[in-house]
Design a protein around this ligand. Structure first.
Ligand SMILES: Cc1cc2nc3c(=O)[nH]c(=O)nc-3n(C[C@H](O)[C@H](O)[C@H](O)COP(=O)(O)OP(=O)(O)OC[C@H]3O[C@@H](n4cnc5c(N)ncnc54)[C@H](O)[C@@H]3O)c2cc1C
Length: 416
């Protein structure tokens, strides 16, 4: 099929109907009310990730209003986002949704959700605003390619139609298969190879067998080969390890782990930051004060009983051994298991996990005040298509709202 010589034209095309694309389109239209703004979405559904996010509750942002502190939650893009967060930050996101009728609540750990615990509230607010402003939405029309043309770009869409636009926002998310990265690459942008971030670890070890469901808090998990460590709560799953400590490690070490094909040795300190010397001191105290008690029934450090029994058993200590009768070799073995259990990571698991992409369009080619391309006038980027990702807690959506808002604002000004 030949493209028509005079394709239909709009002022702004936003490729991607996710969080970033919606914010870009809404802001651009508000800043340039006469402009024709259209969202081009590859799939049938808009805002699909918002719908499933936060287990259907949508952790829409994080209650952290200090840009200098906020950027510490972004393994990629933090430094570059600092200025952007001075222009649009979590307080602005909360104000945006609250003023459109979405009541928000802040949980104890700083995560922000709709009071209803229902992501549909966020989606409905975005759709209602799009209707009120007259932002057009085209499902099942993704972007396949973009060619710079006179006064803008000519797009080829996934239904093989063509569309001319004066300005273009690429907000197709981080997914390698989305096609958006290919479009950016063909326009001359550098793409940092996308790899997953925020995933659980696949681990098989006798230490973990049949312990799925147990949470230990806090632990320290180390990856000696990467000189990396994180602390926090950790969950033992059917396939290995998950929970905040693991997700943080996966995010900060996303690229390094991908380079090692996710095959690394882990060390777990089940007692958080306790040193082996301190564990021995505590064992001395138990021998003195509680010598007649069975070791298998007196977990140290408040460890879950089943995990403790497993470590005791693997240290070669029988169920009937008391603290007073603990032989030195077994005692040393137990102390080592407690502060340094060695576990082999054999891959990632992310079936139901929240995961995002490390990598994407290089920020070196983006003006982070406007999220405009430094290569093409009228081209903007927002959201996960960029080499920006955060840890869990609402930081990924915040990056999408911030980028979308600033890109949309600049696109609106560009259109005049
Ligand atoms: C299960 C899960 C739960 C999550 N929960 C949270 C959470 O609670 N809080 C949080 O902060 N983050 C969360 N995240 C991360 C967050 O969802 C993303 O960081 C965020 O959605 C990125 O927004 P985006 O608009 O850049 O991309 P997306 O939301 O991925 O949107 C991109 C859109 O572009 C469309 N598209 C793709 N290719 C094309 C194309 N060629 N042309 C046109 N359209 C295209 C896609 O279909 C999609 O609709 C979660 C992620 C997952 C997977």
């Amino acid at each position: 099929m030949h493209p028509s010589p005079n394709p239909p034209s709009v002022d702004l095309a936003v490729a991607g109907g996710g969080a970033a694309g919606f914010f870009a389109a809404l802001r651009a239209k508000s800043a340039s009310l006469e402009s024709r703004v259209v969202i081009l979405e590859k799939s049938r559904e808009f805002l699909a990730k918002v719908a499933i996010s936060g287990g259907g509750r949508c952790n829409v942002t994080h209650h952290c209003f200090d840009p200098a502190r906020l950027i510490r939650f972004y393994p990629r893009g933090g430094k570059e986002l600092r200025g952007a967060f001075h222009r649009f930050q979590p307080a602005d996101t909360m104000e945006w949704f609250s003023s459109r009728g979405v009541a928000l609540k802040v949980e104890a750990d700083g995560r922000v959700f709709p009071v209803s615990d229902n992501s549909a509230d966020i989606i409905n607010a975005l759709l209602a605003e799009a209707d009120a402003l007259g932002v057009k939405r085209n499902p099942l029309r993704g972007i396949q390619s973009a060619r710079p043309a006179e006064d803008g770009f000519v797009l080829t869409l996934t239904d093989d139609s063509t569309l001319h636009c004066r300005a273009l926002v690429l907000a197709t998310g981080g997914n390698r298969g989305s096609g958006g990265l290919e479009v950016a690459k063909n326009l001359g942008h550098t793409i940092l190879d996308p790899v997953p971030s925020l995933f659980s670890f696949h681990v098989r070890s006798p230490i973990l067998e049949e312990l799925a469901g147990i949470t230990v808090d806090p632990v320290e998990v180390r990856i000696p080969a990467l000189a990396a460590r994180e602390s926090g709560s950790m969950l033992i799953t059917h396939k290995g390890l998950s929970g905040p400590a693991i997700l943080k490690l996966s995010a900060w070490q996303a690229r390094a782990l991908a380079e090692k094909s996710d095959q690394v040795a882990l060390e777990v300190n089940w007692l958080g930051s306790a040193k082996e010397r301190e564990v021995h001191d505590e064992m001395d105290r138990l021998r003195r004060d509680q010598g007649g008690r069975f070791i298998s029934r007196t977990p140290m450090g408040g460890l879950p009983r089943r995990l403790w029994e497993r470590l005791v058993q693997l240290s070669g200590i029988s169920e009937a051994t008391t603290w007073a009768r603990l032989p030195a070799p077994q005692r040393d073995a137990l102390a080592t298991f407690l502060v340094c259990s060695r576990l082999p990571m054999r891959g990632k698991t992310m079936n139901k996990e929240e995961f995002v992409t490390c990598g994407g369009v290089s920020l070196k080619e983006i003006n982070m005040k406007t999220f405009a391309s430094r290569l093409h006038p009228g081209l903007f980027f927002a959201g996960e298509i960029l080499d920006i990702d955060g840890v869990t807690g609402g930081f990924n959506f915040q990056a999408a709202w911030t980028g979308g808002f600033l890109a949309g604002n600049a696109a609106g000004e560009y259109l005049g």
